[in-house]
Design a protein around this ligand. Sequence first.
Ligand SMILES: [Zn+2]
Length: 321
Amino acid sequence: MLSRVALLLIPLLMLPAQARASMPECVAMQAGTPVTPGVEVQQVPSDDPQLQRLRVTARRGAFMHIYFDSRSEADARRHAVCLGTQLNLLANELLDARDGAQWAAVVFTADRNYVPPRGEAIKTRWVIRTDPQAVEWERPRPMVIRTLPHEQVHDFQSRNGAIAPLWFDEGHATWVGLRVTGMLDPEAARLDREERLAELRSAKGPVNLAGWGQRIVKREAILRQVSPDDRARMQADPDFVPKGGAYTFTMDDFETDESMAGARYAAALQLFEGLEQRHGADRVRRWVLDVTANPGEVTMDQLVASVRLHFGEDLKDLLKD
Ligand SMILES: [Zn+2]
């Protein structure tokens, strides 16, 4: 799931055009659509009367939709190929062997009050704000370079309906997301990683990674972010919550204590980086494929067994403070 918790705490240090070995389609992002092998951008009919739609197709038929309102067309087209390039990078990093996989969509909008539709039949749509008054981390470049590589990993993790503890999902998404951001813009990745590790260094009290199982969100935090129809349903039915979709939360929106969340992202990242250093990235990737292969909750017992099988290590040690 989404976590703005860490992002909210990140000082906005990212500077443009610092990258040396970056992907040109992700650095320049000039108006018009640059051409990149393995990525195709087409305008296709939209299923939303308020928005136009692009389809970005990557290798193996993988694709995502990019929605945009009339004021955001230039931003949408400028970032389309970079979003497609990251689908190819993600497929490599995740050993994704699916054909024709659909990844999460994005909506470029200048409407401050825009709320994306949600539902089981609707692919998650991440909102990218093109209003220059929008908070920095919701604007096109940070969203495309830093947030989407991370959030698309969550999309992949849930491809078969697996539900793993947060230390696993967030550690994996942060590890892969930073690797992909690092290919798009190395300096942005370096700053992101340093900011995350700084939170761990300044953590007061134990991180308790093993206790980072699931977040529980206050109902009002969901209510304020759903469509009028879903809101009416939620008010009529106390058990109803619209399934799927992207939400934005702050620390105050959780029932669970998320005060260590920033440090936990970093600790979970280090768990994955440690496995990579000791066993190589490919072994970590195969472990993740295994853990997320089947629907339903991934239990601690299953994780202990899979860590022993794949790495010959004791998960209890890996989760220690
Ligand atoms: Zn995440």
